[in-house]
Design a protein around this ligand. Structure first.
Ligand code: PRP
Length: 183
């Protein structure tokens, strides 16, 4: 889906498909260099990270393995409670693995904060984070993210894996959703 296909549902295109692909190639080059000679396990956090994982992994020159985790926040009735429930766990044993978590976005940071702590307890040799997007103004906890694509304003963004009510994930760009769509 192109932004032009749903122009009246968006107010602004924040990051274009081309900018995303260029940035992922840049990040992939750094990752290839940093992990040279190491066996890397990319862990994608479903569902938003599907697009980033697909394009980042294919931009890498070195061998990688991929695994997936599905989590959801619960407790206190809000998405950003920071209490996370595992809906699908990893298939892999993380003991002595070099893990790179792949995320579409760091919003409050609570999901990653929980994941990092959880993965640390599983005995990984190293754990780093690669996130395409980050909202600095929404941070409730600071996440040490080694590979960041773009810092974006604290707005309701969709596309490239990010959804509103499970729609817009297949939009090629990252765009701001028009208020009339969600209000
Ligand atoms: C999104 C995103 C991150 C998380 C970030 O997932 O993919 O996993 O929220 O938010 P946080 O920094 O405030 O914790 P979401 O829970 O919307 O599920 P989805 O990936 O299936 O859309």
């Amino acid at each position: 889906m192109e932004s032009s296909d749903i122009r009246d549902e968006l107010t602004d295109i924040l990051v274009t498909e081309k900018e995303i692909q260029d940035k992922l190639r840049e990040l992939a080059a750094r990752i290839d260099e940093d992990y040279a000679g190491k066996d890397v396990l990319l862990v994608g956090v479903l569902k938003g990270a599907v697009m980033v994982m697909a394009d980042l992994a294919r931009s890498l020159c070195g061998h990688v393995q991929m695994d997936w985790m599905a989590v959801s926040s619960y407790g206190a009735g809000t998405k950003s409670s920071g209490v996370v429930q595992i809906r699908k766990d990893l298939d892999s044993d993380l003991t002595n693995r070099h893990v790179l978590i792949v995320e579409d976005i760091i919003d409050s940071g609570l999901t990653l904060s929980w994941l990092l702590e959880n993965f640390e307890s599983r005995g990984a040799a190293s754990i780093e984070v690669c996130a395409l997007l980050r909202k600095p103004d929404a941070a409730k906890v600071q996440i040490d993210c080694k590979y960041v694509g773009f810092d974006i304003p604290n707005e309701f963004v969709v596309g490239y894996g990010l959804d509103f009510a499970e729609r817009y994930r297949n939009l090629r760009d990252v765009a701001v959703l028009a208020p009339h769509v969600y209000s």
